[in-house]
Design a protein around this ligand. Sequence first.
Ligand SMILES: [Zn+2]
Ligand SMILES: [Zn+2]
Length: 313
Amino acid sequence: MAQQIVDAVHAGIRLVGFSLAGEESFVAAPDLNVCFDVGRSPREIVNIDHVLLTHGHMDHAAGVAYYFAQRMFVDNAPGQLYAPEPLVGPLQRLLAVWADIDGHEPRAMIRAAWPDQMFELRRGLAVRPFRVNHACRRHDGVIVEALGYSVVDVRQKLKSEFNGWEAARLVEAKKRGVEITERVEMPLIAYCGDTAAGDFLGLEHVRRAKVLVLECTFIEPDHRSRARAGKHLHIDDLREIVPGLENERIVLTHLSRRTALSDAKRQLVKTVRPSDIDRIAFLMDAPRRRPRGGERRGTEAGEGRPHESGEAR
Ligand SMILES: [Zn+2]
Ligand SMILES: [Zn+2]
């Protein structure tokens, strides 16, 4: 498996990311100014103002302090990180410890996210956190359930009964206090982080997001029980999950280093219906790869010749 950060467009949304189970996972959507998880906080995410952290496992959260420190270093505003509520205190303590080590505590805005409590990133762009089926056990015994996040475009749209009305008539109706618009939400990306299957896959903003980012940690037939035990997905789970999903694109992450991308792709073809195969991609299978720290813009995934990785481990 190649070790470069990938940069590709999926269903019109540019995703920059890297994901290998146990090593590092993050997926940024630079045009939305959002990054899901931080991995080891590579340069590519330092200018992104909003981070949505799914859970505390090191492969997703290792770079939190570095993210805030690097933003200070390049004179960016502190940035906002949202995390499951029980992680907020420990993350703040982590930053405070850096003052003892480095002499500076990185300036940070760390905010709690709760399942099903929507919050706004900016006007017209909101986040719906949802509980997934994965957890971390803190050493004090507290189990911290992981969150997924849907980023949702929110706008006011003219109600259908007013379609075709002239502008002057609409203005007049509005003056009379008639509600001529309604709130419409369009889920752009649903990012599930690490998770086994669960009811969250039936949520409207997950099932119908333009892009669904879903993990697929195991592909070997004898690894089903490992997937269950670690609360991860096995590729076989996709057989049941995918038919219920309406996403334009499903992007799979979190393969293990043991798994060759070519094997995973072969297994995927055997697993899902032929009619679904074109809308499913592996994140790390982007056609253009670039060295860490590079600046190249993404291309539509699936364009051109796929870059086949020959490395098996
Ligand atoms: Zn992980
Ligand atoms: Zn995890």
